[in-house]
Ligand binder design. Structure first.
Ligand SMILES: C[S@@+](CC[C@H](N)C(=O)[O-])C[C@H]1O[C@@H](n2cnc3c(N)ncnc32)[C@H](O)[C@@H]1O
Length: 328
């Protein structure tokens, strides 16, 4: 599964929200971290799992760059990831290291060495039981475990479920095939004369009409999802910038488009499977006590427009001596 994430992160995104979020997290998904980062001790060690291109490490550094605090944050991810450097970064008090090909089920940190374990939309993609055991191993006594993770009823999930339904439709497959037919039927297009020739060509006109019919059908089914999945911009690119490309380049582009749709399907299926509903959450939280964790806060994060964004969970590893004393 990490291959498609590697490909995604190599495109230079800062967060997993792609084009929908050009910079780093803003609003609620940024602000929720401020009190957590500001309560870190001097010389801290933080681990961010499923870090992607380091969105949370960068938020942490931005938040603490004006402070005297020094510390290190390691972002781990199964995929190949790269830190996206933010232009205003001059502070060196916070050291960020991203570790690619590293799983949250097996962290390369010593036992009881980590002050804060964090994740934003990353932890839930892993085997949560194993990752949680690993968090318990690496965290110090009284270490903090704070995660923001997908809610099965969030606006993110609802939007992506709609995209998933759309790209499973036969029309998407037919549309991609139609574009390939069009590329072959048009032949070489080098001049305006060729464009005029194509317009008069009956086969090209029929394929173009079929392309229009398929797009109209998808738009009528779900316009937002047709836009969001990137299909419309691929088709526009094919007929505008791509018009004068050689046939081979046009066909390569169509293959790329098909791969993008398949990858999106895999990514969104993983997302739907990763999200937590109340039952899954209750099972997860039910294991806290046996792992010597105390749940401090569990809430639904909502946007300024009152839309559900995800779950927020804050727990801490019990201090062994206190726990033992209270049992005796
Ligand atoms: C939705 S992205 C979130 C990235 C980032 N935290 C953000 O908010 O932009 C999920 C990430 O989790 C990573 N991932 C999935 N399973 C993992 C595992 N078992 N261990 C570490 N990382 C994992 C994926 O490779 C992907 O980069």
């Amino acid at each position: 599964m990490n291959n498609h994430w590697s490909e995604y992160w190599q495109q230079g995104h800062t967060t997993s929200f792609g084009e929908a979020l050009s910079g780093n997290y803003e609003g609620v998904l940024k602000n929720v971290w401020q009190p957590i980062f500001n309560s870190l001790p001097k010389g801290f060690l933080v681990v961010d799992v499923g870090t992607g291109n380091g969105s949370l490490p960068l938020l942490l550094r931005d938040e603490l760059s004006a402070s005297e605090l020094t510390g290190r944050i390691f972002g781990v991810d199964l995929a190949e990831v790269n830190l996206i450097s933010s232009p205003n970064q001059t502070s060196h008090n916070i050291d960020i290291t991203l570790m690619s090909n590293t799983s949250s089920e097996q962290l390369p940190f010593e036992a009881s060495s980590v002050d804060l374990y964090i994740s934003q939309f990353g932890f839930e993609y892993s085997n949560v039981e194993q990752s949680f055991n690993e968090a318990a191993r690496v965290l110090k006594d009284d270490g903090q475990f704070v995660i923001v993770f997908h809610h099965s009823g969030s606006m993110i999930l609802n939007r992506n479920r709609s995209i998933l339904t759309l790209i499973a439709k036969e029309e998407v497959h037919l549309l991609i095939n139609c574009l390939a037919k069009m590329a072959n039927a048009m032949g070489s297009v080098n001049s305006q004369t060729d464009v005029e020739r194509i317009k008069k060509d009956l086969q090209c006109e029929n394929i173009r009409a079929e392309v229009n019919r398929l797009i109209t059908s998808l738009v009528m089914f779900d316009e937002a999802a047709t836009q969001d999945c990137g299909l419309m911009s691929f088709v526009a690119q094919f007929f505008k910038a791509g018009l004068f490309w050689p046939v081979t380049k046009k066909l390569e582009f169509i293959e790329f488009m098909a791969i993008q749709m398949d990858t999106l399907k895999i990514r969104l299926t993983e997302l739907v499977n990763a999200a937590f509903d109340e039952t899954k959450l209750a099972t997860f939280v039910g294991k806290f006590h046996q792992n010597d964790f105390m749940l401090n806060e569990l809430k639904v994060l909502k946007s300024e427009q009152n839309e559900v964004l995800g779950w927020y969970l804050h727990a801490s590893k019990l201090i062994y001596k206190i726990e033992k004393a209270s049992i005796n």
